[in-house]
Design a protein around this ligand. Structure first.
Ligand code: FMN
Length: 189
């Protein structure tokens, strides 16, 4: 794998979102040998199996195609009431069906998250790991990027300004690239 293609998305539609800011930082900082592209979840409709049975809408199809074309995923989650937001769960629910052909199956994933609160999205990240188990995605165990007190680390537009957190995102993407190569050689063996 010469260049690891990573698809990044965040479970927030907010213009000044800290979590979208984390993914934008990964796009900017992608280390050599990797590219990170951002996918916006705003056009994805609410999951409805009746609609799915008739065929995916263009936004859902675009999301699934982008996941399938990526070597790995980078997912930034806000924490809503100790869980991942509905926006993110809804998008993952669409991508998980039909189960047999889901592009999430066997996909290497790294997760991260930011909140203005003290809990650093730890509960939402645990919740997100759990959601990925049933779809068969392979979430990297470590390193973790958990950002608390986000107002101190981002500017008013949601751009990540903290140099230590920016460095930790580079480390996370480097680790995800190694995780992706490792899983791909396991599959080839
Ligand atoms: C419905 C709702 C529930 C929330 N619940 C939590 C929570 O459980 N833990 C937490 O740290 N922050 C919580 N927050 C605050 C979010 O962390 C904050 O709005 C954050 O900025 C959302 O992420 P974003 O900046 O990427 O949009 C909640 C916000 C909303 C709107």
């Amino acid at each position: 794998m010469e260049q690891i293609k990573i698809l990044g998305f965040a479970g927030s539609l907010r213009s000044g979102s800290y979590n979208r800011g984390l993914i934008r930082a990964a796009v900017e900082l992608a280390p050599p040998g990797t590219t990170v592209e951002m996918f916006e979840l705003g056009d994805i409709p609410l999951y409805n199996q009746d609609i799915q049975d008739q065929g995916d809408s263009p936004a859902v199809a675009a999301f699934k195609t982008a996941i399938a074309a990526a070597d790995a995923l980078l997912v930034a989650t806000p924490e809503y009431n100790h869980c991942i937001p509905g926006v993110l769960k809804n998008a993952l629910d669409w991508a998980s069906r039909p189960r047999a052909t889901s592009p999430l199956r066997d996909k290497p994933v790294a997760i991260l998250g930011a909140t203005p609160g003290p809990g650093a999205t730890a509960r939402a990240q645990a919740n997100l790991r759990e959601a990925f188990v049933f779809v068969g995605a392979v979430v990297m165990p470590l390193p973790e990027v958990l950002v608390a007190s986000a107002t101190q680390h981002f500017d008013a537009d949601g751009n990540l300004t903290d140099p230590e957190i920016r460095a930790s995102i580079v480390e996370l993407v480097e680790a995800l690239a190694r995780w992706t190569v490792r899983l791909s050689s396991d599959r080839a063996a």
